[in-house]
Design a protein around this ligand. Structure first.
Ligand SMILES: Nc1ncnc2c1ncn2[C@@H]1O[C@H](COP(=O)(O)OP(=O)(O)OP(=O)(O)O)[C@@H](O)[C@H]1O
Length: 284
């Protein structure tokens, strides 16, 4: 479980906060996402949770460890993948993983298994410096799993990757979560948030504006509309009707009773549309 209460962070300690009064909880086994535009404070919050940045103000408990009390033991339980790949160029893929493995006091996964999982099978003995950007990202991602973490922190896990690599990464996240791993991720991509997260927090200017599941958000904020294509006098007519307004409901009933329906589906609001509605800001 992750518990964050009244978290603040100021890089310059000048009274301006890049993370402001942030509170949330992530249950064990949940995928929780911070969704927000560039500069919203997502990485800053994540870096505090993983110990990369010092905790200045607030209460943070990760996997039972209170961040105010120093304990290196907690690093055995967490994994972190960075937005920017940071692998050692002069070491091979296997050497990169083996070097990192030594930092843990718990059983670790073997390099071969991890490299296979991220599609780098056969590249064990290639220097990371010769890897493409996507391959370096896969290696960083593989490294974050080496200690079989209970809590997995992923900063923009698919940003800048080509669609097939992004799809593989998403599948691995889903698989690990099925095995019980708790995931905290940041993203400015509504599709990632929608597809992967059980709950998302909308974050803007360092503040959380709302937390809910993508499904609830769509139910609550989506316009209740239905798009219908039907045949009238040999022509295809397309119309959008409210499922709430009485006149539209009557029209819809009339269309269903007297016309040949080609297609009919409800029109869902996207998370980005809801984000704009709630925060007044876009996701870029
Ligand atoms: N080391 C730093 N020193 C001073 N300010 C910083 C530092 N790192 C980030 N910031 C500022 O803190 C704010 C939040 O940045 P952060 O990187 O947490 O945002 P983000 O939501 O993760 O955005 P992105 O997706 O672009 O990384 C931004 O205004 C950024 O300029």
């Amino acid at each position: 479980m992750i518990s964050v209460k009244n978290l603040y962070h100021s890089y310059n300690k000048d009274g301006k906060y890049q993370v402001k009064d942030v509170s949330f909880e992530v249950a064990n086994g949940e995928v929780f996402g911070f969704l927000g535009p560039s500069g919203a404070g997502k990485s800053t919050a994540l870096n505090i949770l993983t110990g990369l940045l010092p905790l200045q103000q607030g209460e943070v408990v990760v996997g039972g460890y209170d961040l105010k009390k120093v304990s290196n033991e907690r690093f055995n339980k967490i994994g972190m993948s960075f937005e920017q790949s940071n692998v050692y160029s002069k070491l091979t893929a296997k050497e990169n993983l083996d070097f990192y493995r030594k930092l843990f006091d718990v059983p670790t996964l073997d390099s071969h298994t991890l490299l296979k999982l991220v599609g780098l099978e056969g590249k064990e003995h290639v220097k990371a410096g010769e890897f493409s950007k996507g391959m370096k990202h896969r290696l960083t991602f593989a490294r974050s799993m080496i200690n079989n973490p209970e809590m997995w922190f992923l900063d923009e896990p698919t940003t800048g990757l080509d669609p097939s690599i992004a799809a593989d990464i998403k599948d691995i996240i889903k698989e690990k979560n099925k095995e019980g791993v708790t995931v905290f991720l940041t993203t400015h991509n509504m599709f990632i948030a929608d597809e992967l997260c059980d709950r998302v927090a909308f974050i803007v200017d360092g503040e959380i504006k709302l937390i809910d599941s993508p499904k609830n958000l769509k139910l609550q904020y989506g316009d209740k509309l239905v798009e219908v294509e039907y045949i009238e006098k040999g022509e295809v007519i397309k119309t959008t009707l409210s499922t709430v307004l009485p006149e539209d409901k009557k029209t819809l009933q009339e269309i269903i009773e007297h016309h040949d329906i080609q297609t009919m589906h409800t029109k869902e609001a996207t998370l980005e549309e809801i984000f704009i509605k709630v925060t007044g800001r876009g996701l870029v």
